[in-house]
Design a protein around this ligand. Structure first.
Ligand SMILES: [Zn+2]
Length: 82
């Protein structure tokens, strides 16, 4: 696993704050069952040089709660949690 040298302040996919970001260039499994630490992971396609990669933005439960509270009055975002 690799991390970007210059990660953005907020997730480029959902604009929420995030806990960590990882970069992957090979296949992997994402377990979407309830996770103690993370509530959501966003996937953003990117490149490292000429290599296509996927960046994973990890959001904690608290970060998603804060985001939902901030958008509570204008919430039209689909709930992707399943
Ligand atoms: Zn996100």
């Amino acid at each position: 696993m690799e991390v970007p040298s210059d990660p953005p302040e907020r997730c480029p996919v959902c604009s929420a704050t995030y806990d960590s970001v990882s970069v992957h260039e090979a296949g992997l499994i994402v377990n979407m069952c309830d996770n103690e630490r993370y509530r959501r992971v966003c996937f953003d396609p990117a490149t490292r040089g000429s290599t296509p990669v996927i960046e994973f933005y990890h959001h904690t439960h608290a970060q998603i709660r804060d985001e939902q509270r901030a958008h509570a009055l204008t919430a039209d975002t689909p709930d992707m949690s399943g």
